[in-house]
Design a protein around this ligand. Sequence first.
Ligand SMILES: Cc1ncc(COP(=O)(O)O)c(C=O)c1O
Length: 378
Amino acid sequence: MKKVYLDNAATTKTAPEVVEDMKPYFLEKYGNASCLHKWGQEARDAVETSRELIANKINALSEEIIFTSGGSEANNLAIKGVAYQLKEKGNHIVVSEFEHPAVLNTCRALEKKGFEITYVAVDKQGFVNLEQLKNSITNKTVLVSIMHANNEIGTIQNLEEIGKICNENDVLFHSDCVQSLGKVGVDVKKFNLSLATFSAHKIHGPKGIGVLYVKKGVKLCKQIDGGPQEFNQRAGTENVSGIIGFARAIDIITEEDVRIMRKMRDYLVEELLKIDGTSLNGSKENRLCNNVSVAFQNVEGESILLSLDDKGIAVSTSSACTSSKLESSHVLKAIGLKPEDSHGTIRFTLSKYTTKEELDYVIESVGEIVKNLRRISP
Ligand SMILES: Cc1ncc(COP(=O)(O)O)c(C=O)c1O
């Protein structure tokens, strides 16, 4: 049976070059980077070289890179770290209503502790309402957190514009850049970012390693107590092999990969929209090069997903199925999609390994499946 993996927003295949680079740090160079002996120093050197490489890619300084266990931890550290550090100054945070759960649930946890959160609306294409954003900033606001690219619909925000608003209002600006890294240029200075979140496993790196960029001078309340690792901002023995893997993954990304993915994405969109009763979710122009989110009217997304899985094709629905009821995705709700379109939405996410032959197989399979499902349940 053919196997086609189109769920690269969930996670990606680890690139073989990445695995090769990581291997010695399991088998030979396994020292703890905090130790003074040669094993430790070898690991330390590798960590610092990787830190510098990652910093250069986002126009940051080495000492502004904090390694974490992934994007979720980095988002927690950024938001809770600022909230608790600046609680004497203010207790108000502004986020968009369609952030990743690692941001939204962090905010909900803070609300329970007495912090105030404003959830700014997005429009039909998934762009943050900048007027509402501006108007929601008060003298109690300490942080604005807006994701760079949305993980479900792929819409890319204008971070430069949002950065300007934050700068003019003298509030810290955090962005979850997990989905945009390697696909859209991330320049922390150009965007006026105070904090930014990244994760390796979305760019063909290993799982369980992330980065929080923390602008020099920004102070955070530590969320993991322990040793003095990561400039005393995040305790725990460094995940040396993961850090090496992250650096290699970011280093092998090319503009050509992005160009090809964009071309393939456009082909997939064009072909899928030929099926009756379909529409594209999110922005057509400012969209991640690998994201195709399509609403199929009068079909259940889960049924399409399972039928595609039977054909060896991995995709994702944009709705989360809780144990008792089918809930619409908060992202699709935020862009104003009707519940029936939301329930029929499928997210296809490509990678640099995706081929045109694979897409042709997917296009043919989706056409057949949707037709059959609509026939069974008109
Ligand atoms: C936008 C976004 N933020 C954060 C995360 C969480 O990252 P991690 O899986 O590394 O914890 C993800 C991953 O699903 C994501 O897509």
